[in-house]
Every structure is written in C-alpha cells, then in structure tokens.
Design a protein around this ligand. Structure first.
Ligand code: NAG
Length: 169
C-alpha cells in the first residue's frame, strides 16, 4: 500500500511532463492504484476538434467485479444537436482486443440530445473469463449521419475479488 501511494505521488508530480516515461509510470500506477486515481479520459486523436467534448467518466462499481455488470457514465457537451447514432465500444487487455459492442445512442441517453451538457450511461458485462487487471476502453460516438462526433479512451480495472457465485459457476 505504501509503495502504491508513493508511486501515485511520483506520477502526480510528473503530471506536467509530457514524456513517455511519465506515461509508463501513469500506466503502472493505474495498474496498482485503481482506487486512488480518478478515471482519466483522453481523446483518440488530440489534434481533432470533436463535436462532442467529454468531461469525465464514472465507473461503477470501481474496480469492476469479474463477470458482473459495470455501469459507465460519460458526461459530455455537444456543440450540435444529435438526433440518433451509435456508440462503438472496444475493450482491450494489455493491447489485446478482447471485446466489441455497439449501442444505440438513444437507448443510453434521451434523444434528441440538444446543444449543451448531456450524460450517456450504459451497462455492460464483460466476458466472465476476463482476468483481473487493467483494461483500456475505447468509445467512438457517431451521430445519425454516421459522422464521428467523439472518440475517447480510458483505463479501468477489474478486481481480483470474485463472489461465491462466480466460484460456483
Ligand atoms: C450528469 O451527471 C452528473 C453526475 O454524474 C450530474 O451532476 C449532471 O447534472 C448530469 N448532467 C446532465 C445534463 O444530466
């Protein structure tokens, strides 16, 4: 625990540095300090001005329990009204693509989405065999005309803890 806290502090001190070393350290601290770090969201392409800006992601429960439903709530702001569309979600584990799914945007938020703040909340169950550890989730959002309105990525963590029900399966 002490080691974990120390590494998180080092990572935060290096927050200003845009170095590969910092990114590695951050990945490492995400791996061991899931309870301390808030979910950091990044855009897939920092050079693109996405129409939908994402302010944050909340994951519940955090860490996610193996084989159990997890809810992701994304708070965002849109510069244009959205009348429909899709969210395409890809999950990877240490760079391995392990899971994809597509959600109707209007099933996860109320449509039409008018200009300004909105929240998208969706629940997913990852395959029961997923090992504990750090995962990366990439989410692309498309409007009704199939234009990409945003693309974000963030890390999340699946805990070691399993329930009795999991063991019995
Ligand atoms: C989005 O969710 C956050 C809390 O998770 C809440 O504070 C905010 O008011 C919500 N925004 C909208 C537009 O519903």
């Amino acid at each position: 625990m002490f080691c974990c806290v120390t590494l998180c502090c080092i990572a935060e001190e290096l927050m200003e540095m845009e170095s590969i070393r910092f990114k590695l350290l951050l990945l490492f601290s995400l791996w061991i300090c899931p309870l301390i770090h808030a979910t950091e969201v990044s855009y897939c392409d920092e050079n693109v001005e996405y129409n939908v800006k994402v302010k944050g992601v909340e994951i519940s429960p955090n860490p996610i329990a193996r084989g159990k439903a997890a809810t992701f709530t994304i708070s965002a702001t849109t510069g244009e009204s959205i009348y429909g569309g899709e969210m395409v979600i890809d999950v990877s584990y240490f760079g391995w693509h392990i899971h994809s799914e597509t959600h109707e945007l209007c099933a996860e938020t109320s449509c039409p989405v008018s200009i300004g703040d909105f929240n998208v909340s969706y629940t997913q169950v990852l395959p029961g065999l997923t090992p504990p550890g750090s995962y990366w989730l990439k989410m692309k959002m498309f409007d009704g005309n199939k234009n990409e309105v945003t693309c974000i990525g963030f890390g999340f963590y699946i805990g070691f803890v399993s329930t009795v029900a999991d063991i019995a399966q």
